[in-house]
Design a binder for this molecule. Structure first.
Ligand SMILES: [Zn+2]
Length: 349
């Protein structure tokens, strides 16, 4: 998403960027990247991604550095192109007098006989001496920058180096950021269908619409009890781990894959951590991860079929579905064609 902010600055004459400016810009816009917060949608998400928040490391404004060319992509008052700050901050009185606040550097000079001549292009004339003095100061500041014939280029700053923006650089930085602790257990294996990966992600973040979650969101329900045991409030960790039905299912699954199940496991996160800390080969670890995903997924499907289709739970069918689903994923998605159904059923490969 940061890429689009960079492209917006570098491709300000392209049609899409002009459309964005027409919608989000305007003379009152003072943002580095134009955004009207009242207009939701993709652009708002993109710009907000680039804002510095506690879990968002990219301050686009500080990291995009302009290489001044002919001034066609740099905002005269609002971008940091000369010295440390913006001219708006350094010369607030002049900025107040400016009629076109979003003017570009190229709008404020002309090439004369003696080189670059800086112009006060605003419709509001500078009349008093103080203002004229301030404008003279401003000219002396902007004169430090040499104007070229080539277009401006916005570069991306990484440490002390500025270079062309590359998504790869950001990706590398994102990999080193502390994401939410819980989500560290997720592997995002392509062996598993996307919808199941997403389901597991939402399980780990406790974002599944269980009865408990619905009640927290103030949705009235006749009962909060788990339909499988009718013995506890239906939370995601109850449904998938601590419910007696889930416990029975997991004991059969762990028997199948030959893992001793520690009795203290109370959540899917704990289970995934235990699986990850095991000293199996990488392939086996991944296969167990697939089985855990298939088990969670099928338990959830079974619960939904009971609630919405009145289909009573059947553990034998459930175990069969878990084995069949995980086998299909392993064989077709992981490319482990050599694994036969017989081998998979005995979890020996
Ligand atoms: Zn239960």
């Amino acid at each position: 998403m940061v890429k689009w902010c960079v492209r917006f600055k570098n491709e300000n004459y392209s049609l899409w960027a002009r459309v964005i400016s027409a919608i989000h810009g305007g003379n009152r816009c003072q943002n580095f990247i134009p955004l009207k917060s009242s207009i939701g949608g993709v652009w708002k998400s993109i710009v907000n991604m680039g804002r510095l928040t506690h879990n968002q490391p990219f301050n686009v404004q500080d990291r995009l550095i302009p290489k001044v060319g002919n001034g066609d992509k740099i905002l005269f008052w609002q971008d940091k192109w000369v010295g440390n700050g913006t001219l708006r901050e350094r010369f607030p009185n002049l900025y107040v007098m400016e009629s076109e606040k979003g003017c570009k550097v190229s709008n404020r000079y002309k090439v004369g006989q003696h080189g670059i001549e800086w112009l006060w292009g605003s419709n509001n004339e500078l009349t008093n001496d103080d203002m004229l003095c301030e404008w003279a100061d401003c000219i002396s500041v902007v004169k430090e920058v040499s104007i070229q014939e080539s277009p401006d280029v916005w570069h991306w700053k990484t440490g002390s180096v500025t270079s062309d923006f590359m998504v790869k650089t950001i990706r590398g930085e994102l990999d080193h950021i502390n994401v939410l602790n819980e989500t560290k257990v997720l592997k995002w294996l392509h062996w598993i269908p996307k919808k199941v990966n997403c389901f597991l992600w939402r399980v780990v973040l406790d974002r599944i619409a269980t009865k408990e979650a619905l009640q927290i969101r103030r949705i009235n329900l006749s009962s909060l009890q788990c339909v499988l045991c009718n013995n506890a409030v239906e939370s995601i960790n109850h449904l998938l781990m601590t419910c007696e039905t889930a416990q029975l299912v997991w004991s059969l699954i762990f028997q199948w894959v030959n893992i001793p199940i520690p009795g203290y496991i109370l959540s899917v996160v704990q289970l995934l951590e235990t699986v990850d800390s095991h000293s199996w080969q990488k392939k086996t670890k991944r296969a167990v991860y697939v089985v855990v995903a298939a088990t969670c997924w099928n338990l959830w499907l079974m619960r939904n079929e009971y609630i919405f289709k009145n289909k009573p739970p059947n553990i034998t069918n459930l175990i069969g579905n878990i084995k069949a689903n995980s086998y299909m994923w392993i064989k077709n998605r992981a490319g482990l064609q050599e694994i036969t159904w017989e081998k998979w059923r005995s979890f020996s490969f």
